[in-house]
Design a protein around this ligand. Structure first.
Ligand code: F6R
Length: 264
């Protein structure tokens, strides 16, 4: 596990975008796992900039988003389809046929739908690089506390904390979603490389538990400790409860010196 400590959201976003850009340049037909949410907007901003400057070509990239709210159509401004289009897809040259986002309007046989999503990931050769944010409760995707660490893509009931966090984005007259379709923790752990970004004091407890706590279903992101190629990129506030910050800095320096390919 690598822990990269940065000053603020801007530095985190730039670092993550550079890692994604490096991965796309190394493998133009990269399969990229994507997340939404406030933490991600800066990353997409930088990736869009690289593309507009002619420095990054997404024409062969295949994308899979982690999750979508159940009941929201792609046209709903709070849907993750809408978010991805607004912040990323409409500005870059990802082939629309290569974009995969769970369908929030699916009805009936959820299991079958979710198995099809998993199948599509497998057929694409698996996810090469997965980007993650983290919830205040330690969720990744919408794998809420007590999600099975082996879970696959499925329908998931949102925790009250997540519902409360999201309520501010919906009109007072509108009920915010209670469920989502999300990749499972088992699905996420199969990605070849994972980057998790966290910013702000509200994430400090979740970050500390995920990196330094025991692996537990109560903190979904702690399952990332099982992954051989995971990088946490964390700003000062989100890192404030980590006890081994000096050690992470030394590890990073030595890694850059001895195995620079691990850093790109
Ligand atoms: C979104 C997702 C979630 C978010 C997390 C953090 O696709 O999978 O796990 O990454 O809720 O959201 P923000 O960045 O808005 O704090």
């Amino acid at each position: 596990m690598l822990v990269i400590l940065k000053r603020d959201n801007e530095e985190i976003s730039r670092e993550a975008a550079q890692l994604v850009a490096g991965a796309v340049r190394k493998k133009p037909a990269l399969t990229l796992g994507l997340a939404t949410g406030g933490t991600m907007t800066g990353v997409y901003k930088h990736l869009v900039q690289f593309h507009k400057q002619g420095l990054l070509d997404f024409s062969q990239v295949v994308t899979f988003n982690l999750d979508e709210y159940l009941g929201l159509a792609a046209t709903h401004p709070q849907s993750f389809h809408y978010f991805m289009h607004e912040h990323f897809f409409q500005h870059v040259n990802v082939d629309p046929r290569n974009i995969h986002i769970p369908d929030g309007t699916v009805r009936g046989n959820f299991e079958q739908y979710c198995a099809t999503y998993e199948d599509a990931i497998r057929k694409a050769g698996g996810i090469d690089l997965q980007i993650l944010g983290i919830g205040r409760n330690g969720h990744i995707g919408f794998n809420e506390p007590t999600s099975s660490l082996g879970s696959r893509t499925r329908l998931k009931v949102l925790s009250q904390e997540t519902i409360d966090d999201n309520a501010k984005f919906f009109a007072p007259s509108e009920e915010s979603p209670r469920c989502a379709i999300t990749m499972g923790i088992g699905t996420i752990l199969e990605a070849k490389k994972i980057i998790l970004l966290a910013t702000g004091a509200a994430k400090a407890t979740a970050v500390a538990k995920s990196i330094e706590g025991p692996i537990a279903s109560a903190v979904s992101a702690s399952a990332l400790q099982l992954h051989p190629e995971v990088t946490f990129i964390v700003d000062e506030q989100a890192a404030s409860q980590l006890t081994q910050r000096d050690y992470y800095r030394r590890v990073l320096e030595m890694t850059a010196l001895l195995t620079p390919e691990r850093m790109s």
